[in-house]
Design a protein around this ligand. Structure first.
Ligand SMILES: [Zn+2]
Length: 250
């Protein structure tokens, strides 16, 4: 472990709180949340270590066909899960879910050289194309341990990736997670992991999200909303307040 236990636990234990950080040296696109103008959240599921929880989540997602999510699997699990459940990644992509890069072996990009990170990405991407049986347009990277680094900046520039952090995350007991999400805002990026607790949280909060007319969208959808808003910041019509298109929440 290159990071202290406290640093690891800090992001994976019971805290389920908004995270904010400014990284002025980071020049590639870096996203903590999307546009606040739409009642949409992006749920992201990291690591993808557990086959049975992936399968259970797939069943859950199939009960909510309008919900789309993003997976950030490590490369070795792309291959292992495919060996155990042939076609699992293809099925998820075909149903509109998205896949992003999370390194091949869950290494901290911050301690890798840019050259090593590029090699790692290419190895991960080869695993992805192998399990999908085709090329795939990867747009997002979730850095392991949520570490923002110079190496990730170079990687994003070289491979055209958007660094994806989160505005709600860390996991915890389902009741805590559900309350945090119920206080969420449009554009929030929710970080989960494929583990029992986060699966249980998903089971608990999905019905509430549907009842309350929340859209769960892929990172691509969330990011494209955000880009559109950057191009046309008047889109939310704060001056007149009379537009029929007015969807701003704040
Ligand atoms: Zn991870």
């Amino acid at each position: 472990m290159k990071l202290g236990a406290a640093a690891l636990l800090g992001v994976s234990a019971s805290k389920f709180i908004p995270v904010r950080n400014d990284e002025p040296y980071f020049t590639a696109p870096l996203l903590w949340h999307g546009s606040r103008s739409f009642k949409r959240m992006a749920f992201t599921y990291d690591d993808c270590y557990l086959l049975n929880k992936m399968q259970a989540l797939e069943v859950l997602l199939n009960e909510y066909p309008e919900f789309k999510v993003t997976f950030f699997p490590v490369g070795q699990k792309l291959l292992h899960l495919e060996e155990q459940d042939s076609g699992i990644w293809k099925r998820l992509v075909e149903r509109g879910h998205e896949i992003g890069y999370h390194t091949f072996d869950h290494v901290n990009l911050g301690i890798m050289s840019p050259a090593a990170a590029l090699m790692d990405y290419d190895k991960w991407y080869a695993a992805l194309t192998q399990v999908l049986g085709r090329e795939y347009n990867v747009r997002f990277v979730r850095p392991p341990y949520d570490v923002i680094s110079y190496t990730m900046d170079v990687l994003c520039q070289e491979r055209g990736l958007v660094a994806t952090l989160f505005s709600i995350g860390g996991g915890g007991e389902p009741d805590i997670v559900t309350r945090a999400i119920q206080k969420g805002k449009g554009g929030d990026i929710v970080q989960m992991h494929i583990r029992t607790q986060d699966y249980n949280s998903s089971v608990q909060v999905y019905p509430w999200l549907r009842e309350n007319k929340w859209e769960l969208v892929t990172m691509s959808k969330l990011y494209d909303d955000y880009l559109r808003e950057q191009v046309n910041p008047e889109g939310c019509d704060v001056e007149a307040g009379s537009s029929l298109m007015r969807t701003c929440l704040e």
